[in-house]
Write a protein that binds this ligand. Structure first.
Ligand code: PMP
Length: 453
């Protein structure tokens, strides 16, 4: 994608000829470069994507992935359940459905949300293609180009991609070990207002944050809600990991403090399986109506096969027992990771997650996570550079390590390899003041592949 690409689409070629010529030439020339909408120019694949392709090779320990480990799922049960579903309700499961999603499933979702202390009505639930689509729909109905989204520093990379696609300006607010800092949020919203900016919503992941691993304390929850209410800023509460706490039951959702001020997003991806692609939004009534219209225009209706499968699973299997198994499996992996960090990388610091998939590591001073990544992959370990989780180029001194997918032994080995790379980099830094950046991967905004987010 460059100016030459633009020129290749002009002159004697018709558009189709030029496209065909570009495809034949096998180059990255893009004859449609000048035709894209402005928002498409903000969509760029990470230059480290090719590295991640290497990172998926079996000899590499990937601490980069965000894929849940679904090895423990009862596949025989699911096979029989699916066969029965098709035999008994096939014509319905294979047909289009309503735009808002199946009532049967929405009623069950209301029950699931009781664990988060939410008392909702099925009418206010919209079933979506994963919570990722819900993020997209909320952004679509609220954001004009140049509007501000306030988000934690750091923030979920997949949400940043959506905000960028709708040309929002993301303003980050600091977190500490107790989650988003209320005083900083208040200060940021006050300053933005003074500067005449339009803030549309706060995007927050209160539980087992991706990528920071921290959880917003109970004490801070009503404070965040009060601050947003005072500034008339909607809250977009994203909670895919909430049921995966290692030691305690979920804290009350922000939504439980203010039903009208919060759009809550949930998902079956981490508590069951991401392949069904079923998530949901719980929204104030009027917002819910717009979400349904926007969703219908995007996808007509969410997957019927996925919805009815999940509805059957929830009503016929001990799904909460499965959630408990996930918790103990991930807890063991978290322990393996924190143990290995303490053993091999004591000169770094990291957050201690009480649930979810991730820990957020602060590298020793002077190291650059993005520049170090190719060297880490050469040493057969992968992570996601902290820079992926900021809209403004911060994060070079951080890496996100995920403990969800590899076994405890592989996690330990991965951290050991990472420590070798960090030590080598640190020596260079102490010798030369900085690690050499000859293979630095550019300044483009990173967007890892879907299995990394
Ligand atoms: N939000 C967060 C914080 C996530 O980590 C993810 C997945 N990595 C999603 C939303 C999207 O998940 P899904 O679309 O599978 O529900």
């Amino acid at each position: 994608m460059n100016a030459q690409g633009a020129q290749a689409g002009q002159g004697e070629h018709s558009g189709h000829d030029a496209a065909a010529a570009a495809a034949r030439a096998g180059t990255r020339l893009d004859p449609w470069f000048t035709s894209y909408a402005d928002r498409a120019h903000g969509m760029r694949a990470s230059e480290v994507r090719s590295l991640f392709a290497v990172a998926n090779r079996p000899e590499v320990v990937s601490l980069a992935g965000g894929m849940p480990n679904i090895d423990g799922l009862p596949l025989d049960f699911l096979a029989e359940m699916t066969a029965k579903l098709l035999r008994e309700r096939g014509p319905r499961a294979l047909q289009y459905g309503g735009g808002q999603g199946e009532e049967e499933l929405r009623e069950q979702i209301v029950e699931v949300m009781r664990y988060d202390h939410i008392h909702a009505h099925p009418d206010d639930v919209v079933v979506t293609t994963g919570s990722q689509q819900a993020l997209d729909l909320v952004t679509e109905i609220f954001i004009n180009p140049g509007d501000v989204v306030v988000a934690e520093a750091p923030s979920y990379v997949g949400a940043l991609g959506v905000f960028r696609a709708y040309q929002a300006d993301v303003v980050h607010v600091p977190m500490d070990d107790d989650g988003l800092v209320p005083a900083e949020l208040d200060r940021t919203l006050t300053e933005l207002k003074r500067a005449g900016r339009t803030v549309k919503f706060l995007y927050t992941v209160p539980n087992f944050h991706n990528p920071a691993g921290v959880t917003l304390t109970l004490e801070r929850r009503p404070q965040i809600v009060e601050i947003c209410r005072r500034h008339h800023v909607l809250i977009l509460e994203d909670n895919p990991y909430g049921l995966l706490g290692f030691d305690a039951d979920p804290l009350p959702a922000l939504k439980s403090f203010d039903a009208d001020g919060v759009v809550y997003l949930g998902s079956f991806s981490k508590t069951f399986a991401p392949g069904y692609r079923v998530g949901w939004a719980l929204a104030p009534h009027a917002v819910r109506e717009k979400l349904v219209l926007a969703s219908e225009s995007a996808i007509l209706s969410p997957t019927m096969m996925g919805q009815l499968s999940i509805a059957t699973y929830l009503s016929t299997y001990d799904w909460y027992g499965q959630v408990k198994e996930y918790r103990s499996m991930y807890r063991e992996r978290r322990d393996a990771m924190l143990g290995a960090l303490a053993e091999f990388l004591p000169q770094a610091s990291w957050t201690v997650p009480d649930g979810g998939f991730y820990t957020w590591v602060t590298l020793p001073a002077g190291l650059d996570a993005q520049a170090m990544l190719p060297r880490a992959v050469t040493n057969l370990v992968a992570y996601v550079s902290g820079t992926a989780f900021y809209a403004d180029g911060q994060g070079r001194d951080h890496v996100r390590l995920s403990f969800c997918y590899p076994t405890p032994e592989r996690i330990r080995e991965g951290v050991r390899r990472l420590a070798t790379v960090v030590h080598a980099e640190s020596e260079l830094v102490s010798m030369f003041g900085t690690a050499p950046h000859h293979d630095r991967v550019g300044d483009s905004v990173e967007f890892p592949s879907p299995d990394q987010v």
